[in-house]
Design a protein around this ligand. Structure first.
Ligand code: SME
Length: 174
């Protein structure tokens, strides 16, 4: 096999591997949906339920380094239940990735946090991030924040999966 054919073969194999990883990730999100539903169904302990949802997510995905909730309180987001390293307690509207997702009322995917203006580095280990708003009556009431140690880790599969989970957990917030 000549050098170029070999290179092409390696590229094809890497592409196939990436596709398989993506398919596995999509399947895992699908599997998680009923589990999240059953974790919150009929549970009055909302803090406990959110803690369990963050534990379930964190233990389901290798690419998750930190995951948890920031909850709207006045003009700030306050730290809620999470899994991972210690994190900052409050984030102002429009600040960092979390405050931007809140202000823009949409999911923000950041391939490289070091290049995101105003990124709040709770952990110096974080390299990419996704923040998904949780809505109630058209207003953002919380965000789901997930960090990874790798660059460009989050994609549309994470976005779709986490947006579905955000809808399911919305009743847990007042
Ligand atoms: N990086 C976030 C802050 C929260 S931590 O990642 C847990 C931000 O820029 O909003």
């Amino acid at each position: 096999m000549d050098k170029n054919t070999f290179k092409q073969k390696i590229n094809e194999e890497q592409h196939t591997k990436r596709q398989v990883i993506k398919m596995e990730k999509a399947k895992t999100y699908e599997r998680l949906i009923p589990q999240v539903e059953s974790l919150i169904e009929g549970v009055d302990n909302h803090v406990g339920a959110l803690a369990n949802v963050s534990a379930l997510l964190h233990s389901s995905f290798l690419h998750y380094f930190w995951c948890g909730f920031y909850i709207v309180n006045g003009d700030e987001l306050e730290l809620g239940p999470f899994q991972g390293d210690v994190a900052c307690y409050t984030i102002k509207k429009g600040r960092g990735v979390c405050g931007t997702a809140w202000e823009e009322k949409q999911t923000v995917v950041v391939p490289n946090v070091l290049q995101f203006p105003g990124h709040i580095a709770c952990s110096s280990k974080s390299r990419s991030e996704i923040v998904v708003p949780v809505f109630k009556g058209g207003n953002v009431i919380a965000v789901i924040d997930v960090d990874s140690k790798g660059y460009s880790v989050f994609d549309d599969i994470d976005k779709d999966g986490l947006e579905k989970i955000a809808k399911i957990i919305s009743p847990l917030f007042e």
